[in-house]
Design a protein around this ligand. Structure first.
Ligand code: HPA
Length: 277
């Protein structure tokens, strides 16, 4: 068997051994400062990444490193509290391994979250933004021999972000009285934040948000037929409105994400409760 696939199956086996009888249909990836949602998961079984042989350990600020299996919105879920970024130096296969592990565990839906800079002049710090599409400027994680067990060589990306899940989020957002925006996410490698000229460029080509994660995971999820819902918390205004205020330090990102995390957690919980599974 493909050695990459063996590594994925071994990790899934360890999670299955630790969380016996657990059959998640929903996976969640928690981004920078958004790990709090993990605390809402009921009857949790926590499996630190370091206890999974061959698994990397997340080094990014604001990221823990655990799989959490348990119940959210009455459904079995598996959450990744902390993700891997390309800028940490991992190959794309490693950056996305968690998604394939969750696929082997049986997930049909993936909820991905992230902290992102806003390039849209109408967006504000703290906004929750439904990701409706992306522009990928990172290396594609499917480069290399295709993993036939997971999906086709040339996957379709026309509906990368599931339209029904977007509509569900909008309805639940209205019920909760929160103002949700919708936007296009521009995926960059980082680790530098953007120059003003880059931000102007991203805006010109139709991006509302910019960030250093999510896109590889979404591509890998779509490759293996998982339905995706993506949400960004706009943690900083990466625009040229006010260049002094635009100076980025990672701390602001984690702080703003923390403030938004409880609203996002409740939105995810209510959405998952309504999934037809
Ligand atoms: N740029 C890129 N990634 C980010 C940003 C940003 O401004 N904020 C949070 N993640």
């Amino acid at each position: 068997m493909d050695e990459r696939v063996e590594r994925i199956r071994r990790a899934a086996d360890i999670i299955r051994e630790r969380a016996k009888g657990f059959k998640p249909k929903v996976g969640i990836v928690l981004g920078s400062g958004l790990g709090k949602l993990g605390e809402q998961i009921e009857d949790p079984v926590v499996i630190p990444y370091r206890e999974i042989p061959g698994f990397p350990v997340s080094t990014a600020v604001g990221h823990k490193g655990n799989f959490i299996c348990g119940k959210l919105g009455g459904k079995d879920v598996v959450a990744m509290q902390g993700r891997f970024h390309y800028y940490e130096g991992y190959p794309m296969e490693t950056v996305t391994i968690g998604v394939r592990v969750m696929k082997v565990l049986g997930i049909e839906y993936l909820f991905v979250s992230n902290a992102a800079g806003g390039t849209n002049l109408d967006c504000h710090v703290g906004d929750l933004v439904i990701i409706k599409d992306h522009i990928n400027m990172m290396p594609n994680p499917l480069i290399g021999p295709n993993m036939e067990e997971f999906g086709p060589r040339f996957p379709d990306m026309t509906c990368a972000y599931d339209l029904e899940l977007q509509a569900l989020a909008e309805r639940v957002g209205i019920e909760m009285g929160i103002n949700l925006r919708k936007g296009v996410y521009f995926g960059v490698t980082g680790p530098t934040y953007e120059t003003p000229a880059e931000i102007r460029f991203f805006r010109e080509v139709g991006a509302d948000l910019v960030g250093m994660s999510t896109v590889p995971e979404v591509i890998v999820a779509r490759h293996c037929g998982i339905r995706v819902f993506g949400m960004s918390v706009m943690t900083n205004e990466s625009n040229t409105r006010n260049i002094e205020r635009n100076i980025n330090d990672g701390e602001d990102v984690v702080k703003q994400a923390d403030i938004a995390a409880s609203r996002m957690s409740e939105l995810f919980r209510r959405m998952i409760a309504e999934l037809p599974i």
